[in-house]
Design a protein around this ligand. Structure first.
Ligand code: 4AD
Ligand code: MG
Length: 467
């Protein structure tokens, strides 16, 4: 008999009612009574689980009715209308067999397990209701991302992972090398000589695909990347990973307003898609005690889709913070970086909505951002969202060769490494800009999950690289 996945079975419940089908999956629970047993089955394809009733006269009854939680099983049966509430259909088993056994040490027993413990058994957590939901939403948001940009004429660029430039100039890179530490020779100045390393120079994992995206935007017009990104920043927080996924659109003939509009449209599109395609998952997750959101959070998200995002300058943001009665841990003088507590004050308390902050002081922003006339600020923008803080960072790029070179020299950067990036400004330069959205933070924002380690399959954080 042909196997059907639960998602399709529930979606076409009417069609299947009265027919015999085969399902395969993992046993969530078995409740045995005298004449029959109740089996609850999950196959990962849907939030709904299948209730299966097995009468004691079917083949293999003794085996099926004594299966342990976690057993992998194949069951044949007739689809019937459900008697219980909440379910449309259930299955009347006609027979079945065990595919893979478990023993009592299987760690995912019926009772709730902590998220911390589930991180330690990340190889099994995809079998829980919660992580099934998280990863189905993650999948849908990835699909929606490609659809959004492709429909708007952006071409998908696979930017390199290994690189010899620091695209953010922040020095938070993981080295890539085939030479052990002892194998490195030092040159006359006492510096490590990389010339006999694999690439003949010092190389690292990328912190961004932006610089390469700029090259292609100034050729194809509009591109986006969607790939893994690596940062060795020592931030052990609920919002930082050493390996995360970033979406970076880059658009030619665009200014900061165009970039901000694109960012708002993209966020709304993601939310709308999730509401339409993952309603059950979101409802389930929003109602959990450890998600940071209220039960009717789907209504809040709907409101965001219909809203116009607020836009303020950094200077206005500082004024708002200073006018508030809040006691912040970090200072809020003009020129200070906005910390998470400041961002959360703006989104969660002041605006109670996403907000776009523009025109930051150049001092703590990246070298490539377009310099404003005032000589103090740059055409940067961050999109801040409730509960998370920074979801997106972006900017209009400096298109003048002279100004870009001057800034890079000021920051003591090695211009030779960036010769190709500078040539973009020498040959047919154009105003352009883009942004980066942290994919995991978007998933956190929409699902309400409060720790970034729980929205990526196998998290990498300082001191942790298991699985
Ligand atoms: O603000 P960031 O550093 O911007 C860039 O990388 C630019 N090159 C983007 C661009 O203009 N093309 O990072 C962008 C976003 C942040 O807003 C945040 O959501 C996410 O990436 N992010 C992280 N997410 C998880 N863990 C980390 N360590 C992250 N660092 C940044
Ligand atoms: Mg940023």
């Amino acid at each position: 008999m042909k196997r059907i996945i639960l998602k399709n079975l529930f979606a076409q419940a009417n069609e299947f009612t009265g027919k015999e089908v085969n399902v395969k999956g993992w046993v969530r629970s078995v409740r045995k009574s005298k004449a029959f047993s109740f089996i609850v089955l999950s196959d990962g394809s849907s939030q709904d689980l299948l209730q299966i009733i097995a009468d004691d006269n079917i083949d293999n009854y003794e085996t099926l009715s004594t299966m342990l939680t976690g057993t992998c099983v194949s069951i044949n049966g007739k689809v019937v209308e459900s008697q219980g509430k909440g379910q449309t259909i259930e299955m009347q088993a006609t027979g079945g067999e065990i595919i893979g056994e478990v023993d009592e040490s299987y760690p995912l027993q019926k009772k709730g397990t902590s998220l911390e413990h589930l991180r330690e058994i990340a190889h099994l957590r995809a079998r829980t209701n919660l992580f099934g939901a998280v990863f189905r939403v993650r999948h849908e948001l990835a699909q929606a991302t490609h659809r959004f940009f492709s429909d708007r004429g952006f071409f998908y660029l696979n930017s390199p992972i290994v690189t010899n430039v620091d695209g953010e100039g922040a020095g938070e890179m993981f080295n890539v090398s085939t030479i052990s530490k002892e194998g490195f020779k030092k040159d006359d100045k006492g510096e490590i000589d990389f010339s006999n390393d694999y690439f003949g120079k010092e190389t690292s994992l990328c912190v961004t695909g932006q610089l390469e995206a700029e090259c292609h935007a100034l050729g194809l017009g509009a591109v986006y990347t969607f790939g893994p990104t690596f940062r060795s920043e020592n931030s052990n927080t609920k919002r930082h990973l050493a390996e995360f996924w970033m979406i970076e659109p880059e658009l030619a003939f665009a200014d900061l307003d165009d970039v901000a509009d694109l960012a708002a449209d993209y966020i709304k599109y993601l939310i709308d898609h999730a509401l339409k395609h993952c309603d059950k998952e979101l409802k389930f997750m929003h109602s959990l005690p450890f998600t940071d959101v209220e039960k009717n959070y789907r209504d809040t998200l709907k409101g965001v889709v219909e809203s116009k995002f607020k836009k303020i300058t950094y200077t206005e943001a500082i004024d708002i913070l200073n006018a508030s009665k809040e006691k912040f841990e970090f200072p809020t003088n003009w020129g200070d970086e906005l910390q998470t507590e400041h961002e959360k004050y703006l989104t969660d308390k002041h605006f109670k909505s996403p907000v776009i902050v523009t025109d930051y002081p150049k001092g703590f922003k990246a070298f490539y951002m377009k310099q404003n006339e005032d000589g103090k600020t740059v055409r940067a923008m961050d999109v801040l969202v409730p509960g998370i803080g920074e979801l997106i960072g972006g900017s209009q790029r400096e298109e003048s060769l002279e100004k870009l070179e001057a800034r890079m020299k000021e920051l003591d950067m090695d211009l030779e490494n960036y010769w190709w990036y500078l040539e973009l400004r020498k040959f047919g330069s154009a105003p352009h800009g883009g942004f980066g959205l942290g994919f995991e933070r978007a998933i956190m924002y929409i699902t309400g999950m409060s720790n970034i380690r729980d929205v990526i399959a196998f998290p990498r954080t300082p001191g942790n690289c298991d699985f």
